[in-house]
Ligand binder design. Sequence first.
Ligand code: AG3
Length: 276
Amino acid sequence: MRDVFFIERDPYAPIRHCYPVSKVLYEGKSEYQEIMVLESPEFGKLLVLDGVVQVDEKYEFMYHEYLAHIPMYAHPNPEDVLIIGGGDGGTLREVLKHESVKRAVLVDIDKEVIEVSKKYFPTMSCSFEDPRAIVVNEDGYRYIQDYEGEFDVIIIDSTDPVGFAHVLTTEDFFKFVYRALKEDGIYAAQTESIHYHLDIVARIQKALKKVFPVVDLYTSVIPIYAGYWWTFSIASKKYPVREPAREVKAETKIYSADMHRHAFLPESFYRRIMEG
Ligand code: AG3
């Protein structure tokens, strides 16, 4: 296949990304979404859910390292971690790099995403083999409703907030997250881009502030997502989040103590974003 492109259907972005593709490796429909795995000469394999590119093999580290290590290193001793979504295993892989972790529970509503990742994305799904990993196939919202003070860190690695993922960005959900965290727990989530999803970013930040005393926003550049300048929301019951709380030891490609500090937006720019 020469000059063949896959056109992404980001539900919010006013532009369309085209990805060069040499092969369709998998196409299927689960109970929840359309799943596709494409081979791209530029990006390696791409995982596409409901027409939106979730990960590529070349740059997935830029997303997963930021999503996982900033909350994990803001915590002095994370032992119990919950990941909601993240069925490809990339966030789990980063979380398990922390020796303090005794148990990492991954709750993904869609079992088939996990199966597809096991087959096509071994560098991420290898994390499922770690004995500290527990996989639950359930609705993340429902799962978290039943817990009280269990987790040190909760990470939401969800698809865009449309359809079944929308509830994971509501104030009601954040109240359950607060309750499921220990008294010094930390939450982090991918919360879309500054360019094309600013209203969503502001809405999530405002909802978090109603529930948590410490709320902040950090960013990374994700080359494969339309919107590029991607945001992550972080909320904490007690610890400040802008500095790592301990020495950085995990082997990473981009995350470091300096990158942790630089990921956060200056106050004046943050205020501008929130005002829209
Ligand atoms: N999950 C978040 C993907 C968001 C992409 N959205 C977009 N391009 N509009 C990625 C899952 C990685 N574990």
